[in-house]
Every structure is written in structure tokens, then in C-alpha cells.
Ligand binder design. Structure first.
Ligand SMILES: *[C@@H]1O[C@H](CO)[C@@H](O)[C@H](O)[C@H]1NC(C)=O
Ligand SMILES: *[C@@H]1O[C@H](CO)[C@@H](O)[C@H](O)[C@H]1NC(C)=O
Length: 397
């Protein structure tokens, strides 16, 4: 379920806030915590990672009980997600929306509980690749959920938002004509002029496209939260560490400057959630292999490049107390043998060289109990290395 929506996810996603948040306030940087990983970091380690990096806002794609529980008492503000597949149910049943709100929201929004502030209703339900299949459910689901929140006196505390999207990285990925500089924030010789407004980066241009569309419908003042924005580090020509660092650092500086855009001068987005916190190795690669490389941290919570989130700590702080599986790798005798029928040779020497890191999984009780998922993982990682190198090593977990 999540997999399908994640597959369709794109670089930058805008959420329209179904609310009247104060305008002109300073925006804050948050992160998306996705969990489509074969070996998930323990939620408690992730929450410590957030706190060490002074990240005070996090967005989840679902209402995963382990993640929610780990956030208890952390003081971190949380956006929960409702998968698109649940929209038909909530559009037709107030009992279902009442139950979801009671079980997943109101029981946690208590003293020393979880500070749930937003609920994302669907994940890009209007994406054109869904051919409108979720469209008619969004409004009724919103209304039912709003009533469910009212019943537990949370209607003004917890805001409902609907995710939309725009595409700076994919614009570049999909079109070699797209001026590369326009995707970044470093000034450009390819500015776009719209009447009296001049745009120097795709982010502002896309943002104002939404502002203009909302204005036409009479909602020109509606607060906007950036639900997802980021740049991957691998899996495409324009995806690398330097580009990701340049884009994310430029974005953070731009947003925190409170400059706003030509249509909203001095009014930056309410909040901006980077996509994403961690690499997610189990994401569908249907849109491209870059899908598994969006993290500012690798799957095990290690910073991939220097980044100042503008939150007080000038550099990223790595996850602590990560428990790894034993360090063992096996070497393939020849690259054509891509099954495990005794052709592997176990080595205890880490074959990592320079930037090429041979990863060791983290302990994860939920996946290590399943042979099937381990096998699946092994064949997957095997395939990756086969493409990468003649001298193939297989990662053994
Ligand atoms: C709480 O949310 C999870 C994840 O979306 C969902 O599976 C579960 O059904 C929800 N609980 C209720 C009672 O609706
Ligand atoms: C990284 O990506 C940027 C943006 O597309 C590109 O200009 C640059 O050449 C890439 N760097 C490397 C080392 O591939």
C-alpha cells in the first residue's frame, strides 16, 4: 500500500494547509521519516537522531504504531499520513474516521504523549498518474475527519492537509533541456519572467504556480506547507552527493532567509519537510533507482554529506548506538553465478574502499525473523553489486 504511493512520490510536494495558520511567521525545517527499509533503524534511535540534530518536526507516511510510540514525550511535532487507499473508507464512513482519529490521534495527544499537529489526507491523491481515482474521495474524507477531530476537541489543534506536488529534480531527470542552474539556488542565467515577476529557481516558480492557482479560486492567502522536497544522491546522472548538498543547503538558506517568493514576498512556507531523513532500500525503483537514495542520512543514520539544517547544530550528527549485524561479506567466484548455491565465500575483511562502502545491515528483529525477506534482500543486493563491479562481492547478513 505504502509502496505504491511511495513509487509515485516525487521530489517536491506541496501540502495545502486546511487551516488559517498565522501568516508571516518564520518557517521551520522538518524531515520526512519513511520506513521502507529492509533493515530499519530502531525507532528510538531515529528519535534520538532527530533530537541530536534539533529537528523538531517530523512527517510520517502512515500511522505506524512503533514510530508514534517512539515519539512519545519527545516534544517533536508530528504529521501523520493517511494512505490514499484509505480515502474511500473515510469518505463514506464517519465511524471509520472516528475510530482512526481515536486510535491513532486523540489517544496520543495527551500530556507527555505525541504532539500530533497535522494529518496528511492521502499522499498526492491528485497525482495525474492515479487518473483521478482518489479525487472524489478527498473532500468527503476531509470533512468526515474534520468532524471526527471536532468530536475529540482537536479540530483547531490538529490541522488537516492535502498533499500536492511539484518536480524540480524530476524536471531535470526527465528533460536534458531543463536548465540545470534553474533547479538550484545559486543564481541563474536562465531566469523565468512572468509579467513583472522574475524567477531564479524552480522551487519559487513551482510554489508561485500553486499560489496563483489558489488565488484564482479565491484562496490566495491559504497557508502552504512544503511536505516533501529534496535531492537524491545516487541512481541518476544528476543525483550525486555534491548536487544533493548544493540543492538542500541552498533550499534551507533560501527558506530561512524569509524572503518568500514574488507572489508572497516576506512570507515563506509555513514549514518545509526535507525528503528524506534516511535512505529507504526497500522503495520501489519504478520511477528510477534514485528512489532509494533520498536520505540526508544513510539507512543506518550516518550523515551522507555536510549539511547545516539551520537548527542550531552546524553539522549533521550521526545516529548513536546503532547495532550492526556481524561484519561478514562473501566474495563471488565469478560474476555470472548469481545464485547462492555454495558459490559464495565468506570473508571477515571489510572490502570497502574509499567512497565505496560495503554496508552491513542493522539488527532489526522484525525482518530477521523472516527468511523470505532476507532471501529477497540478498538477491536484491546481489543484483546491485553485479551491475556495479566485475569483482563482485556479496553482502551477507
Ligand atoms: C491507525 O492507523 C493505521 C495505519 O494507517 C491503520 O492501519 C489502522 O487501521 C488505524 N487504526 C484504526 C482504528 O483505524
Ligand atoms: C552531480 O550532479 C550535478 C547536477 O546534475 C552535475 O552537474 C555534476 O556533474 C555531477 N557530479 C558528478 C561528479 O557526477
Amino acid at each position: 500500500m505504502l509502496q505504491a504511493t511511495a513509487a509515485a512520490r516525487v521530489v517536491c510536494l506541496i501540502v495545502i494547509c486546511w487551516c488559517t495558520a498565522p501568516r508571516g511567521a518564520e518557517s521551520a525545517i522538518g524531515v520526512n521519516w519513511g520506513i521502507l527499509s529492509f533493515h530499519k533503524l530502531k525507532p528510538s534511535i531515529v528519535v534520538h537522531l532527530l533530537k541530536d540534530n534539533k529537528i523538531s518536526k517530523v512527517k510520517l507516511f502512515d500511522a505506524d504504531p512503533d514510530c508514534i510510540q517512539a515519539l512519545m514525550g519527545s516534544g517533536i511535532q508530528v504529521m501523520l499520513g493517511i494512505p490514499n487507499e484509505m480515502l474511500p473508507l473515510f469518505s463514506s464512513s464517519t465511524d471509520a474516521s472516528d475510530l482512526w482519529v481515536r486510535r491513532n490521534v486523540s489517544r496520543y495527544v495527551v500530556k507527555n504523549g505525541v504532539d500530533i499537529r497535522y494529518i496528511a489526507v492521502g499522499n498526492e491523491p491528485f497525482l495525474s498518474s492515479y487518473s483521478g481515482q482518489f479525487q472524489s474521495y478527498v473532500m468527503p474524507a476531509l470533512l468526515n475527519l474534520q468532524q471526527s477531530l471536532a468530536k475529540v476537541n482537536l479540530a483547531s489543534y490538529v490541522k488537516l492537509v492535502v498533499p500536492f506536488n511539484i518536480y524540480p529534480f524530476l524536471s531535470l531527470y526527465g528533460s536534458s533541456d531543463f536548465p540545470q542552474e534553474y533547479a538550484f539556488f545559486e543564481g541563474t542565467s536562465h531566469s523565468v519572467t512572468d509579467g513583472s515577476n522574475v524567477y531564479n529557481n524552480a522551487f519559487d516558480g513551482n510554489f508561485d504556480t500553486l499560489v496563483a492557482a489558489l488565488g484564482k479560486l479565491g484562496y490566495g492567502q491559504m497557508p502552504i506547507v512544503i511536505g516533501e522536497v529534496g535531492w537524491p544522491t545516487d541512481g541518476a546522472i544528476s543525483a550525486n552527493l555534491t548536487a544533493a548538498k548544493t540543492f538542500n543547503q541552498g533550499l534551507i538558506k533560501h527558506v530561512l532567509s524569509n524572503k518568500g517568493t514574488p507572489l508572497r514576498p516576506g512570507v515563506p512556507p509555513v514549514d518545509v519537510y526535507l525528503f528524506g531523513l534516511l535512505d529507504e532500500g526497500a522503495k520501489s525503483t519504478l520511477p528510477g533507482t534514485f528512489e532509494r537514495h533520498w536520505g540526508i542520512f544513510s539507512f543506518d543514520g550516518q550523515a551522507k554529506y555536510p549539511l547545516n539544517l539551520g537548527l542550531g547544530s552546524k553539522r549533521l550528527i550521526n545516529a548513536r548506538n546503532v547495532e550492526y549485524l556481524p561484519s561478514r561479506w562473501s566474495q563471488m567466484q565469478n560474476e555470472r553465478s548469481c545464485d547462492f548455491d555454495g558459490i559464495g565465500m565468506v570473508t571477515f575483511l571489510d572490502p570497502s574502499m574509499g567512497d565505496c562502502r560495503f554496508l552491513v545491515g542493522v539488527t532489526d528483529t522484525s525482518s530477521s525473523s523472516s527468511c523470505v525477506s532476507q532471501l529477497h534482500q540478498r538477491s536484491l543486493i546481489l543484483w546491485i553489486w553485479i551491475f556495479i563491479s566485475w569483482r563482485v562481492w556479496i553482502f551477507v547478513t
